[in-house]
Design a protein around this ligand. Structure first.
Ligand SMILES: Nc1ncnc2c1ncn2[C@@H]1O[C@H](COP(=O)(O)OP(=O)(O)OP(=O)(O)O)[C@@H](O)[C@H]1O
Length: 244
């Protein structure tokens, strides 16, 4: 099975008024369809930067980013927009809701852009809002919702679209316990039933308990990868004796 996400020798150096901060220092990563992968690591290790680059929201300093067989870092604007619309969902801290649309219309927006008929898109958007405890706010506009409620609408928009890959930056941060648990259940359901691939940064032990793989970053490099560790155990190449 070819990887859905492929990152090769990725480097990102932020340059703010001549002050250079290396955020990624040669990251290689492949994510296969159907994975439920966590990016772990301390604050500042490069998790958000990596998610932004995979999603084509920023340009790498060097290296390659591939998504669904396309080279994300070299696509023209319109091609990138099309790739995002059809293949990618984001759950990031900036919610980017459209102020003149209701919560339901916002949650259905990606489906509308894709030409999904009104009835179907509203059903899917409402289901996502319900799961996140937001059905009663479906008719409200973003400025009539709290920050946490706006976050839930943005999450519903990404989930309702059921893209091939969902990239999420700390998706359960800022959510109360009950909503956080409902979101985890919903993400798992989409992963297992629809085969949607998830790559997310998280420190949340409730979410980490469900991952199929953990990639740990440190100082902009991959420090450990549970998938590689498993593969090595399968070959027996790095394990000389196992005792229980
Ligand atoms: N827009 C930016 N401009 C300049 N430096 C940045 C920018 N974004 C991130 N950095 C720096 O790049 C490094 C990696 O940051 P990044 O946000 O990717 O880490 P993170 O692992 O997601 O951290 P956290 O867990 O705190 O969200 C840090 O040193 C950070 O200060």
């Amino acid at each position: 099975m070819p990887p859905l996400v492929r990152v090769k020798h990725l480097e990102k150096i932020y340059d703010v008024s001549g002050v250079k901060t290396p955020a990624l220092r040669g990251v290689d990563l492949e994510v296969l369809p159907g994975e439920f992968t966590a990016l772990a690591g301390p604050s500042g290790s490069g998790k958000s930067t990596l998610l932004h680059l995979i999603g084509g929201l920023d340009h790498p300093t060097s290296g390659e980013v591939w998504l669904s067989g396309k080279r994300v870092d070299q696509l023209a604007r319109t091609e990138l927009a099309d790739l995002r619309l059809r293949h990618l969902g984001f759950i990031f801290q900036a919610y980017n809701l459209i102020p003149v649309l209701t919560a339901l219309e916002n949650a259905a927006f990606v489906l509308e852009l894709r030409g999904v008929p009104r009835r179907e898109r509203e059903q899917r958007a409402l289901l996502a809002l319900e799961t996140l405890g937001m059905a009663e706010f479906a008719a409200r506009r973003p400025n009539q919702l709290s920050g946490g409620q706006q976050q839930r609408v943005a999450v519903a928009r990404a989930l309702a679209a059921e893209p091939a890959v969902i990239l999420a930056d700390e998706p359960t941060a800022n959510l109360d316990r009950k909503t956080g648990e409902a979101l985890i259940e919903y993400m798992k359901m989409l992963n297992q039933m629809q085969g949607i691939t998830f790559v997310f940064s998280t420190h949340d032990p409730r979410l980490l308990a469900h991952v199929t793989r953990t990639v740990e970053l440190e100082d902009g490099q991959v420090k450990s990868d549970s998938a590689q560790a498993q593969a090595q155990r399968r070959d027996g190449s790095s394990v000389t004796s196992v005792t229980f």
